[in-house]
Write a protein that binds this ligand. Sequence first.
Ligand code: HEC
Length: 135
Amino acid sequence: MKRAIRSLVFVASLTGVIACGGKKETNSEEYVANESKSVAQGSSDLIAQGEALVKASDCKTCHHVTNKIIGPSHTEVAKIYDFTEPNVKMLAEKIMKGGSGVWGQVPMAAHADLSQDDAEKMARYVLSLDGEKEH
Ligand code: HEC
């Protein structure tokens, strides 16, 4: 994640060079300032980490952000649950242990190698997809 941010900053400063020569420094500083503002909001940082974890895991074999594949789309999941701490824990539990019967008869495989922390970050990311903030 850090590396991605750094390369974004790099691209941003490159664009600055091409777009308006001398103003390079100002542009990249503004970008870094915006970025650290959003990282300072703890919850959105956890969501960003959750997104990276979901993308690096096997979730995408069965889940698409907006379309049903084998499992429900993660946006549909976000819509039926409130973004609350108990739901984060409940979905984290399902991600780790697997689940069935909520969306149909196809079960979700367990992810026994995930830590509680990582599973909760993934759950936060999923719950954020309908635009709801944690409350
Ligand atoms: C083998 C296919 C498969 C994989 C891989 C998979 N899922 Fe699922 N997932 C499902 C199915 C099927 C359901 C619906 C289960 C049900 O009806 O209760 C589901 C349900 C869910 C739900 C909603 C649970 C509920 O009770 O409403 C969440 C959240 C979820 N998956 C997240 C993930 C995440 C995050 C990953 C990656 C770590 C993942 N899934 C990997 C198939 C999968």
